[in-house]
Design a protein around this ligand. Structure first.
Ligand SMILES: CC(C)(COP(=O)(O)OP(=O)(O)OC[C@H]1O[C@@H](n2cnc3c(N)ncnc32)[C@H](O)[C@@H]1OP(=O)(O)O)[C@@H](O)C(=O)NCCC(=O)NCCSC(=O)C[C@H](O)C(=O)O
Ligand SMILES: [Mg+2]
Length: 284
């Protein structure tokens, strides 16, 4: 599958120590799973969770869902052992929390070999260094950590996320400049589907690839919000057809629904169709 088109609409956190939830994930229509060894695992459970997770991944059953293991920070007592364990786990990427520099990604790369690395972006210094972190050659994805970010910014949670927009935008710019994936932070009120939809729509409008989630009840909302709509697919097809006709006449600008269509709009239209095809392939 074209990695640029690969869907990341729903990225569900699962505590690495919760065997029931690890099983449940195999039945959920999520595009990716973050198997967590960090904040969702109690201190007394850290060592145990590593073993449970290694076995769960070895047993398989996660299908085409992208499998990402979030380790503890390398500055904690568990980080190095987590990284070494993750290197031998049957997973697709290792996620490092609270990344603040490319040097920290280097340190993880030295422990996990050539496994792709993702970065949690969740501190003010991380935001300021987003460009160098995104540019690391082994780095393939950003995950926004909006809970830690709010804590560090000492800001309030607001429905419009005004206090976070600068941070979200800095990471978006860095991710898009390097062509890596970027998924939005979690919505803590996991029983509030309406509030989740508003936040998903905002993230989608901004250019996020998807949303991190904490509960199965959130999956459907995120999958809908980050998939191209029927109207977008229909418009994309008509734009491509109209532009081809225009090009055949030796002209460079078509008009669809009263709006101009140039070759750059055709690029976006083709990306929308590729994303729709990738979702259909995943769901099929
Ligand atoms: C929030 C929860 C503690 C709620 O758990 P629970 O009370 O068990 O929920 P339910 O009874 O409604 O569960 C129904 C069934 O669904 C399964 N379940 C629940 N959560 C998950 C999940 N995340 N993945 C898979 N399956 C899940 C239950 O096992 C039930 O299954 P069954 O009995 O078979 O029907 C809980 O949802 C939870 O722990 N969520 C994850 C929390 C988490 O991972 N937090 C850390 C990530 S957030 C973060 O750190 C972001 C970042 O770093 C930042 O700074 O922002
Ligand atoms: Mg965090």
């Amino acid at each position: 599958m074209d990695q640029r088109a690969r869907p990341y609409r729903s990225v569900l956190y699962i505590p690495g120590s919760k065997e029931r939830a690890l099983e449940k994930a195999k039945t959920l229509p999520v595009d990716a799973v973050i198997f967590d060894l960090e904040d969702a695992v109690a201190v007394d459970e850290k060592e145990n969770a590593r073993g449970i997770l290694k076995d769960a991944l070895a047993n398989g059953g996660y299908g085409s869902r992208m499998r990402i293991v979030r380790i503890n920070g390398l500055d904690t007592q568990w980080g190095e052992a987590d990284a070494k364990a993750a290197a031998s786990m049957d997973c697709d990427a290792v996620l490092l929390p609270k990344v603040e520099s490319a040097a920290q990604v280097d340190a993880l790369a030295a422990l996990v070999g050539n496994k792709p690395i993702w970065a949690m972006m969740e501190t003010p210094r991380g935001m300021l260094n987003a460009a160098e972190i995104a540019a690391h050659p082994q780095l393939t994805g950003f995950v926004m950590g909006t809970n830690d970010l709010a804590k560090e910014l000492q800001c309030r949670f607001r429905a419009d996320r005004l206090p976070m927009l600068t941070s979200l935008s800095l990471c978006l710019l860095a991710a898009k400049a390097e062509g890596i994936v970027i998924v939005d932070g979690v919505y803590n009120a996991f029983k509030d589907a309406e509030g989740l939809k508003v936040e998903c729509d905002q993230g989608r409008d901004m250019g996020m690839d998807g949303k991190t989630l904490i509960h199965p009840a959130q999956v459907e909302v995120a999958n809908a919000a980050f998939a191209p709509t029927e109207a977008e697919i229909d418009l994309a097809r008509r734009q491509i057809a109209a532009f081809e006709e225009t090009e055949a006449k030796g002209e460079g600008v078509a008009v669809v629904d009263g709006k101009i269509v140039e070759n750059l709009h055709v690029v976006t239209a083709k990306e929308i169709l590729a994303k729709a095809d990738a979702i259909a392939a995943l769901e099929g």
